[in-house]
Design a protein around this ligand. Structure first.
Ligand code: AMP
Length: 282
């Protein structure tokens, strides 16, 4: 992959990377379309499909995360991607093996230290370090001019942009809007974990966002009390449990006390055992 990318570079061909963990859905495909738009027909669109072990904590769903490479390849081809980069763990983390002495194992990580402290970073303390590290590795392997991320993972996109700025990484980050089901549920590879009943209850995330929006248009609202209202609204569903609801500035991710137009809402909710996230600008 890196040799191919170098060859493209030497020929002046522009490259757009779409990093994914596979089990592709229409949300991922929209990123591929954004990537194509960025480099036009003369450029190359690379989709990486890799379930990155170091962004999962031991208690998370790494081993049962859905994997369906044959279907992913078909979807990438239909959507016009040029290359799918689907490395093995052995390729990405060759020294990680228990057989290797600690002195030989990988010991270099990329850590963003500020924006990673809130929301997802609280519940998943080592998650973003895994993400920024693997995204750097993917950048170094595929040498992209552009990389496309979904607004679905709003905090992740903000952290990647900060990392690129702080480390002078010569990649332009493009953020693509959230793709939703007709009824409002944000598409996610994890939606396939939901039972039919949980699938119905999962609507509470987008409904809570709609409720927050209504409140904003009425008057500027106290964030704490609106959070409590939304939590009660969500937990009326017997399988739903709020992990966090946050109102914050979309640029700095700093929490706000008053919920006004332009404020970002993000929330994580367990529906049964499945943890779902959603967000929107109000
Ligand atoms: P994942 O495979 O879940 O790691 O996601 C790979 C990329 O797809 C990330 O940049 C996500 O933000 C993006 N993505 C996932 N779901 C959606 C969606 N419903 N709409 C837009 N982008 C998405």
């Amino acid at each position: 992959m890196q040799e191919l990318a170098k060859e493209w570079k030497r020929s002046g061909i522009r490259v757009a990377l779409v990093p994914t963990m596979g089990a592709l859905h229409a949300g991922h495909l929209s990123l591929i379309k954004h990537a194509r738009q960025a480099v036009s027909s003369s450029g190359k669109v690379v989709v990486s499909v890799y379930v990155n072990p170091i962004q999962f904590a031991p208690n998370e769903d790494f081993s049962k995360y859905p994997r369906d490479l044959q279907n992913d390849l078909r979807l990438c081809e239909e959507t016009g991607a040029d290359v799918v980069f689907s490395p093995s763990d052995q390729v990405m983390y060759p020294y990680k093996s228990e057989e290797n002495a600690p002195a030989l194992r990988e010991s270099t990580y990329v850590c963003e230290g500020f924006l990673s402290q809130s929301m997802e970073g609280v519940t998943r303390p080592t998650h973003f370090r895994g993400v920024t590290t693997v995204v750097n590795k993917l950048f170094n392997i595929t040498l992209p001019d552009y990389a496309v991320f979904g607004a679905k993972d709003f905090q992740q996109a903000a952290i990647i942009k900060r990392m690129v700025r702080d480390l002078n990484i010569p990649v332009e980050i493009i953020t693509a809007p959230i793709v939703r089901e007709a009824d409002g549920l944000a598409l996610s590879s994890r939606n396939r974990y939901l039972s039919p009943d949980e699938r119905t209850q999962a609507l509470c995330l987008s409904q809570a966002i709609a409720l927050a929006r209504q409140n904003v248009s009425q008057a500027s609202q106290d964030a704490q009390s609106l959070k409590a209202d939304l939590k009660a609204f969500i937990e009326k569903n017997p399988s739903a449990q709020v992990d966090y609801i946050e109102f914050f500035d979309p640029e700095t991710l700093a929490p706000v006390a008053k919920v006004q137009h332009g404020v970002q809402i993000a929330l994580a909710v367990f529906v049964g055992k499945t943890r779902l996230i959603d967000n929107a600008t109000l």
